[in-house]
Write a protein that binds this ligand. Structure first.
Ligand code: DGY
Length: 329
């Protein structure tokens, strides 16, 4: 019997990808070139499943060009690169990698927020430029994190993990806005207070964005929202590019309408809005919030587990659209 074929669309830990070879014919991409949409469609020809990352967009056109495709398994918790409705309509399973990256991503979000509030990158660049000649009372004076008001937009698993760090580790007051309010037993241990989006923007000293990207969250933070924030506030985005209007944010930073920003994700990344590159009061990192070796291995492993389960008739651990199960074809 011929074995199903799968595509591993990006380079990933070879020892983890190798687990697929026990079950499938594997076409991988060790050179890690990002496929154009046409190339991706062509590579998927004859494949029953795919291991993908956020750089592969799976939409109706790609699915229609590949009616044999049964499962697309993302190595990411966010799945805005997959048109889930189009998958549902065609009975294609989509999976993601929740939970395994929650704490690591929250660590990074907190680190980025602290680096932003305490102006660590600005200070480091100044030192490297050889401009440090004396101590000064106001040199890179930022704002306190401990005891400040931490605002979370998007109180899912990662938002709650950031909030826990702030409340329990740094004595921060936690306010949040989310589609739905948390259960009291989740709010109570961290003293989290549910507020309107407007109150969140007005009251936060440090706003951390953790809301998933969707058409509904596109530019959830744009000029009007930034205008509500305190001039001393910081904004940290570890969610997705597109949730924040980067041009509006760059203008607010340049005009010091907010104090600083920490950004791990960007609209149109890996391109970064040129205005963000030229303002000093922003800490920029290249989408690495989940990037520890242990967590990236766990993500790859979960994506592989999902793909194996999906194509061998088992129940995948983390389906996005379980309603398409069991896979018919
Ligand atoms: C995710 O998991 O969605 C991250 O953004 C990718 O590291």
């Amino acid at each position: 019997m011929t074995r199903p074929a799968v595509l591993v669309a990006r380079a990933a830990f070879p020892d983890i990808v190798d687990r697929l070879r026990a079950h499938f014919e594997v076409e991988d991409n060790p050179a890690d070139r990002i496929f154009t949409k046409a190339e991706l469609s062509a590579k998927l020809a004859g494949k029953a499943g795919a291991f993908i990352t956020g750089s592969e967009r799976i939409d109706a056109e790609v699915l229609d060009a590949n009616p044999q495709l049964r499962a697309v398994c993302n190595m990411a918790v966010g799945y805005n690169n997959i048109d889930v409705d189009a998958c549902n309509a065609r009975g294609v399973l989509a999976t993601n990698t929740p939970d395994v990256l929650t704490e690591t991503t929250a660590d990074f979000g907190f680190a980025l927020m602290m680096a932003t509030a305490r102006r660590i990158a600005e200070g480091e660049h100044f030192l490297r430029r050889g401009e440090w000649t004396k101590w000064a009372y106001d040199m890179f004076a930022g704002s306190d994190v401990h005891g400040a008001t931490l605002g979370i937009l998007g109180m899912g698993r990662i938002g709650q993990a950031v909030a826990k760090r702030g409340a329990l580790g740094f004595g921060m007051k936690v306010i949040y806005h989310n589609r739905s309010r948390l259960a009291p037993e989740l709010e109570a241990p961290i003293g989290a207070r549910y507020v309107s989006k407007e109150a969140l923007l007005r009251e936060s000293d440090h706003l951390v964005i953790v809301v998933p990207y969707s058409p509904a969250s596109h530019h959830a933070i744009a000029a009007a929202e930034l205008a509500l924030m305190k001039p001393t506030a910081t904004l940290t985005n570890i969610a997705r590019g597109g949730v924040v209007d980067d041009a509006a944010l760059a203008a607010a930073l340049r005009e010091r309408r907010i104090a600083a920003a920490g950004l791990d994700v960007f609209e149109g990344e890996p391109k970064v809005h040129p205005d963000l590159l030229s303002v000093p009061n922003v800490v920029l990192t290249p989408h690495i919030a989940s990037a520890t070796v242990a967590t990236r291995r766990a993500m790859a492993s979960l994506a592989v587990d999902n793909l194996i389960a999906a194509l061998t008739g088992a129940v995948p651990p983390t389906p996005v659209n379980p309603q398409v199960l069991p896979l018919k074809r």
